[in-house]
Design a protein around this ligand. Structure first.
Ligand SMILES: *Cc1c(COP(=O)(O)O)cnc(C)c1O
Length: 387
């Protein structure tokens, strides 16, 4: 099955649910069993059937199966949020005394989790230049257990050479964990590029409607037990309604993502020609430093990208953003509506610096008509210039 078809069929069995197209939502903590033997058997294999609410109900398993089919891993574990997925993967894989290598352009809370929570448990982190490629080998220590990649990175959108980094990590016995939220498995196939553990904030494109928080960790077979055990121990099981919303969002992700991509690229191209814009940060543009790697490894883009303005002050930028009609000011992304916010990547760096000479903005291209979005940006630039 091609990915678009897989999105329709994965994790679905209408015959097993009275012909209903979508799975039922069971609100359950206690699951009753008919005999002592059935109770104890169920507890021994809590994911082969329904044992207790915190291990998941049928809609949880349907969602996990669907995400896993798309990612091409062994199994997926659903958790309460994307941040929960990061915590679950890292706490499941690392032990006191271990060392991790984390790309300098990762999502801010990933950095905070490494320098805060992991450090508290005696796990050290070295941040590396996202352009490092196979030279990451030089940073590997005997105790390096995890190499964390995110590509393109949050806020600045540098593309990493994931296969080269993975080869260097595997040569030293380390595991490669990837945050694949930007591309989704529709546009980047992590397990075909050397990734061992792929995580996603399902909050973004899988949910797709700005109403659900959920995360996923997908692994190869040997790593599944450790991640599943961490998820269960941490108690971060997603609620059944959120699983239902995520599964419903997943069914239309391919058509939404195609539109997010097309509008994002059209906006990026338009912005690149504007005198107010110093630089557009979008790997699908031919002039982007990550373009060659993106073309080699990705099959598409999403609707999230960045731009650097010329040297304008905070008041001018606020005048531009406060007056937008279609682009809203809000965190998160991946919903149907466009967003435009100021971001501060320079605060989230240690191995490299970010000093592009002007304010950085992050754009999420929603599903509106692109002409309306361009008109909104054109008016915004008038306010930026004081007009
Ligand atoms: C939003 C985001 C997350 C966290 O997801 P939440 O569901 O908001 O916790 C993780 N990684 C990336 C790249 C994100 O953009």
């Amino acid at each position: 099955m091609k990915p678009d078809t897989l999105l329709i069929h994965a994790g679905r069995d209408p015959a097993a649910q009275a012909g209903c197209v979508n799975p039922p939502v069971h609100h359950a903590s206690t699951i009753v069993h008919p005999t002592v033997k059935a109770l104890l058997d169920s507890a021994r294999n809590p994911f082969d059937g329904v044992t207790y609410g915190s291990f998941g109900v049928p809609v949880t398993f349907a969602l996990e199966d669907a995400v896993n089919a798309l990612e091409g891993g062994f199994r997926t574990v659903a958790v309460r949020s994307g941040k929960g997925a990061i915590a679950t993967a890292l706490l499941g894989l690392l032990e006191a005394g271990d060392h991790t290598l984390v790309a300098d352009n990762v999502y801010g809370p990933t950095r905070a989790f490494a320098t805060g929570m992991l450090a508290k448990f005696g796990i050290t982190t070295t941040f590396y230049d996202p352009a490092i490629g196979g030279d990451v080998a030089a940073l590997m220590r005997p105790e390096t257990r995890v190499v964390f990649v995110e590509s393109p990175g949050s806020l600045t959108f540098e593309v990493l050479d994931v296969p080269a980094i993975a080869a260097a990590a595997h040569a030293r016995g380390a595991t490669v964990v990837m945050d694949n939220t930007w591309a989704t498995p529709l546009h980047f196939r992590p397990f075909e590029h050397g990734v061992d553990v792929s995580l996603q904030a399902g909050t973004k494109y899988i949910g797709g409607h700005s109403d659900v928080m959920i995360g996923f960790v997908t692994t190869t077979e040997p790593l599944h037990e450790r991640v599943r055990c961490a998820a269960t121990t941490l108690g971060g099981c997603p609620g059944p309604d959120d699983c239902y919303l995520a599964l419903r969002g997943l069914r239309t992700m391919a058509v939404r993502l195609a539109r997010h991509q097309a509008t994002g690229i059209a906006l990026a191209q338009w912005l690149a020609r504007r005198p107010e814009v110093a630089r557009v940060l979008h790997p699908a543009l031919p002039g982007d430093p990550g373009h060659a790697l993106w073309r080699r490894d990705f099959t598409g883009a999403s609707g999230l990208f960045g731009l650097v303005l010329g040297p304008h002050g905070n008041d001018a930028v606020a005048a531009m953003l406060d007056g937008m009609r279609h682009f809203a000011l809000g965190y998160s992304w991946g919903g149907y509506e466009s967003l435009l916010i100021p971001v501060f990547p320079e605060k989230n760096r240690s191995a490299t610096t970010w000093a592009p000479g002007g304010p950085t903005l992050r754009v999420h291209a929603g599903l509106e008509d692109v002409e309306d979005l361009i008109a909104d940006l054109r008016d915004g630039f008038r306010r930026l210039g004081g007009g």
